[in-house]
Design a protein around this ligand. Structure first.
Ligand code: ADP
Ligand code: 5GP
Length: 204
């Protein structure tokens, strides 16, 4: 069997591109664990503390930064978002592939910190479809949507920093493509040195 060491997976993409919807499907597979971020944004209808986010005040969040409780953090459209360290480390030790659903500044911090992280960028089939999805989701007011669309265009500049680009036209296809990417990543020789050493010694 190939290396079962957990992989750090970063999933980014413009707000409304479908990251949340895709990840909900992915995590039905127990090989994945989803990191839960801390944020200063207010909960949306239906969002629960400790399930979707750890909701913090600005002061609490700044305390987490000061105590180095976060692997990475960034400011996005007027709020702080960050990844708590302990959960990611714990799940990787258990051999899970840990998904970080984070924006681009955070993704670049992870890329520096974990050289073997896999960075995946999700885009919608078009910008007009992105706007339709944001409007359809109905969780943000028009001015916030405009802010998020502007930010989406800025984020597209950084796609080249990512390893994989996935177009979310059909959800099922996008999910399948991500599963394929991760399966292939586990088979990379660079992730299989222990097995290669065994092979060299004729012990496989
Ligand atoms: P994100 O997490 O990237 O902000 P969401 O997962 O919340 O995006 O998706 C935004 C909206 O688009 C949601 O209403 C979701 O149901 C819808 N959506 C996601 N993927 C697709 C798709 N492939 N086709 C049509 N609608 C989609
Ligand atoms: P939302 O408010 O739509 O839940 O998230 C806004 C943006 O913040 C999304 O692009 C999401 O990926 C990103 N985000 C969520 N959690 C984190 C985090 O822990 N760190 C960083 N850097 N970005 C995050």
């Amino acid at each position: 069997m190939n290396n079962s060491k957990g992989i750090t997976i970063v999933i980014s993409g413009p707000s409304g591109s479908g990251k949340g919807t895709i990840i909900k499907q992915l995590v039905k597979n127990e090989r994945y664990a989803l990191s839960i971020s801390a944020t200063t944004r207010s909960p949306r209808a239906g969002e629960e503390e400790g399930v979707h986010y750890f909701f913090k005040t600005k002061e609490e969040f700044e305390e987490m930064i000061k105590n180095e409780d976060l692997i990475e953090w960034a400011e996005f459209c007027g709020n702080y978002y960050g990844t708590p360290k302990s959960y990611v480390e714990e799940k990787k030790k258990e051999g899970k592939d840990v998904i970080l659903e984070i924006e681009v500044q955070g993704a670049l911090q992870i890329k520096k910190l974990y050289k073997d992280a896999v960075l995946i960028f999700i885009i919608p089939p078009s910008l007009s479809e992105l706007k339709n999805r944001l409007l359809g989701r109905g969780t943000e007011k028009e001015d916030i949507i405009e802010k998020r669309l502007k930010r989406a265009i800025e984020e597209l500049e950084l796609i080249k920093e990512y390893d994989y680009l996935i177009i979310n036209d059909s959800i099922n296809e996008a999910v399948e493509n991500i599963n394929t990417v991760i399966e292939a990543e586990h088979m990379k020789t660079i992730r299989n040195f222990d097995l290669i050493n065994k092979i060299k010694k004729g012990r496989f």
